[in-house]
Design a binder for this molecule. Sequence first.
Ligand code: 5GP
Ligand code: MG
Length: 179
Amino acid sequence: MTSQIQIKDKHFNLFLSEKEILDAIRQTAIKMEQDLKELQPLFICVLNGAFMFASDLLKLFDFPCEITFIRLKSYEGTQTDGRVKEVQGLIEKIENRHVVILEDIIDTGHTVARLKAYILSQQPASFRVASLLFKPGALLNDIQPDYAAIHIPNDFIVGYGLDYDGLGRNLRNIYKIKN
Ligand code: 5GP
Ligand code: MG
């Protein structure tokens, strides 16, 4: 297994192997099945980063469910954090559905907070968040993931769906930036 990689100007070290990632996802899937098996949840995968997580997780969710995809478009705005995010691509009716957001990573939590406000405005039956990765030390919002497969420190990572400047999403392992 490659233990060091370079993407553009940055060097990265192996941080989580494919096996470690899949083992953590398996544990998460077991918990999610217990909570959601009766609810026919609507899973919403947040593109682009969560595509690999959603794929591996949902192959392990062995009960009826629906799966859809959204994108969050960022643009400069007047909000305090300088970013406004517009939800794009959601056509499913959310009202009275048990909604589960699938995210690649929760860092400051701004993205999930924005998404939560939008989903709750559509009156779902329930709202949950599942994130492959969670950086508790970076959280600036009052949101906690219902399921967080792997807790990590505040370092920049790539691979398994996560990119650096558009590259690295196809890597099967997760790599951490070398300082
Ligand atoms: P938040 O809104 O929670 O600060 O950040 C969420 C988004 O920032 C993630 O969905 C992801 O796209 C990006 N992000 C946060 N931390 C990292 C990281 O360590 N590596 C990469 N590649 N993206 C990150
Ligand atoms: Mg993302």
